[in-house]
Design a protein around this ligand. Structure first.
Ligand code: ADP
Length: 184
C-alpha cells in the first residue's frame, strides 16, 4: 500500500517519476494536469473553463479541482493506494486534502519534494514543447509555483511528512532513490 504526494516545481520530473513508480507500486498515478488536459482535449465543461487558466500558466480555480479530486480518490482503483501528482498546489488545497484523507481514512505515507535548480527547470520545460511550455508561460508557472505551491514545503515539513529527493540527477538515479524510499 503506497500513498504518496509529489511536490516540486514544474519540470522537476514529477509526472515521469510518478508514472514509473505507479507501475512498481501498482497504484494509480493521479495527475491533475493530465486530468485537466484530457478535459480540454474533449472540451468538456471542466475543460472549457480550465483551458483559459492553463494556457496562461495560472492555476485553475479551486472550485474546479476539489470535487474532481474527491471523486477520483473515491474510485475503486484508488482504495489501495495512489500517487498524487500536481495536487495539492496551494495551501487551501492542502487543507482540503488533509480533511478529505482523514474522512476516508487514507493517510498519506509521505510527501516527496523533488528538488531541481531553476535554470535546469527552465531548460527542461522549454525543450519539452507542451502547449503551455512557451517561454512567457513557463516563467509565469514558475512565479505561480513560488507564490502558491512552495509554501507547501513548510506545511508538510511541519507535519513530519516531507522527504526531499534530488531531482537533478539522471532519471534512473531519481527512480532508484524513490524506489528505495517506498521500499524502506
Ligand atoms: P507542471 O507540473 O509542468 O506545472 P501539470 O501538468 O501538473 O504541469 O499542470 C499543468 C497546468 O494544469 C497548471 O499550470 C495549472 O494550470 C493546471 N493545474 C494542474 N493541477 C492543478 C491544481 N492542483 N490546481 C490548480 N491548477 C492545476
Amino acid at each position: 500500500m503506497t500513498r504518496l504526494i509529489f511536490l516540486g516545481p514544474p519540470g522537476a520530473g514529477k509526472g515521469t517519476q510518478a508514472q514509473l513508480l505507479s507501475k512498481t507500486c501498482q497504484v494509480p498515478h493521479i495527475s491533475t494536469g493530465d486530468i485537466l488536459r484530457g478535459a480540454v482535449a474533449v472540451q468538456s465543461e471542466l475543460g472549457k473553463k480550465a483551458e483559459f487558466y492553463m494556457s496562461a500558466g495560472e492555476l485553475v480555480p479551486d472550485d474546479l479541482i476539489l470535487d474532481l479530486i474527491r471523486e477520483r480518490l473515491a474510485e475503486s482503483d484508488a482504495a489501495d493506494g495512489w500517487l498524487l501528482d500536481g495536487f495539492p498546489r496551494t495551501i487551501p488545497q492542502a487543507n482540503f486534502l488533509e480533511t478529505l484523507l482523514e474522512e476516508i481514512k487514507q493517510p498519506c505515507d509521505f510527501v516527496v519534494n523533488l528538488e531541481v535548480p531553476d535554470e535546469v527547470l527552465v531548460a527542461r520545460l522549454l525543450s519539452r514543447g507542451r502547449e503551455d511550455d512557451q517561454e512567457e508561460v513557463v516563467k509565469n508557472r514558475l512565479v505561480v509555483y513560488r507564490d502558491r505551491t512552495q509554501p507547501l514545503i513548510d506545511f508538510y515539513r511541519n507535519r513530519q511528512k516531507l522527504v526531499s529527493v534530488d531531482g537533478n540527477q539522471p532519471m534512473e538515479s531519481v527512480t532508484n532513490d524513490l524506489k528505495a524510499l517506498v521500499q524502506a
